[in-house]
Design a protein around this ligand. Structure first.
Ligand SMILES: [Ca+2]
Length: 307
């Protein structure tokens, strides 16, 4: 049976890769896409999410515009590592004809509430800052009682950053208050930290091969071309958000540990730092290892099957 998911994104190259995979995977059923300000501002991120959904989802999936700013307003820069549009070498997204489902009195919190009420055992996959989810949980605590689990692409095992901050991953740094709030909601949580997406890197040879696998493979090639996570050499492409999604579709390819986690919400240089401590039992799990070869093989099979 397919696993129901809400996918929260800030596209973003690796967000888009994770969206395409989620649409194609025979183990996942995407019920709602939420967009949060992160890699790009909310307007561009929403346009990008609509573009990817319209072009690569085989069935219609509602897209809802979420949080425009973090819970506590700070000067957050966006990371300019995803190309001008946020979609690597795909520059022109102006062909989008669909619109987000937002209307007066109905925003992301309402869309999430409706979705979790309608779909049993649903997992919230957060591939951007946790702001939209935190706001929804604050407004409608009932959401937590419906969620099966939460997967967060956030944090780093070693408590270091390297992109936007020396101590925090981009998503944790972008809204640590939201992350701390989500951690208190009682739902089982899995962290897919920076180290995992960096370890499961793609190469130009792999992307070239993907490019021969039809429309979807070509999209992955075009997305990743022009994307450079500065923690990797220029010819290695990180798969942060894809790993988070695949940890749900293929948990057997990931090693997890039960942990206690703390998030630094101070306004010091350590803002957004996540510290994990291994414990015997906890509702929080941390991915500590991923099987790169099998993940890439599984992803490639999915692209070939879909073409
Ligand atoms: Ca992201």
């Amino acid at each position: 049976m397919k696993k129901n998911i809400i996918l929260d994104v800030d596209p973003g190259v690796d967000d888009s890769v994770s969206m395409i995979y989620s649409f194609l995977s025979n183990r996942l059923d995407v019920k709602l896409i939420c967009v949060t300000k992160g890699n790009k501002d909310l307007k561009q991120s929403t346009l990008n999410a609509l573009f990817i959904t319209e072009k690569y989802s085989k069935t219609p999936v509602p897209v809802v515009k979420g949080a425009k700013e973090p819970l506590k307003k700070t000067q957050i820069q966006t990371l300019n590592v995803h190309g001008a549009s946020g979609l690597g070498s795909i520059i022109n997204v102006s062909s989008v004809s669909s619109k987000p489902v937002n209307r007066r009195g109905y925003g992301a919190s309402e869309a999430i509430l409706e979705c979790v009420r309608q779909n049993k055992n649903i997992t919230y996959l957060c591939n951007g800052p946790a702001t939209t989810l935190a706001k929804a949980l604050k407004k409608y605590p009932e959401i937590a009682t419906h969620l099966h689990s939460i997967v967060l692409m956030s944090g780093s095992i070693d408590g270091k950053g390297g992109g936007i901050s020396p101590y925090a991953s981009f998503n944790a740094f972008s809204d640590p208050d939201a992350l701390a709030l989500v951690l208190k909601c009682g739902v089982p949580i899995t962290f897919s930290p920076s180290e995992i997406g960096l370890s499961v890197y793609l190469t130009p040879e792999i992307l070239q091969r993907f490019g021969l696998h039809g429309k979807y493979g070509k999209a992955i090639q075009d997305l990743c071309t022009g994307y450079h996570d500065l923690r990797l050499p220029a010819d290695k492409y990180a798969t942060h958000d894809l790993c988070a999604v695949m940890s749900l579709s293929h948990p057997e390819l990931f090693t997890v540990e039960c942990v206690q986690v703390s998030v630094d919400t101070s306004f010091s240089i350590k803002r957004g730092q996540t510290l994990f401590k291994k414990v015997d039992d906890s509702n929080v799990r941390l991915i500590v290892k991923a099987d790169r070869d099998k993940i890439i093989e599984t992803f490639e099979k999915c692209l070939i099957k879909a073409k």
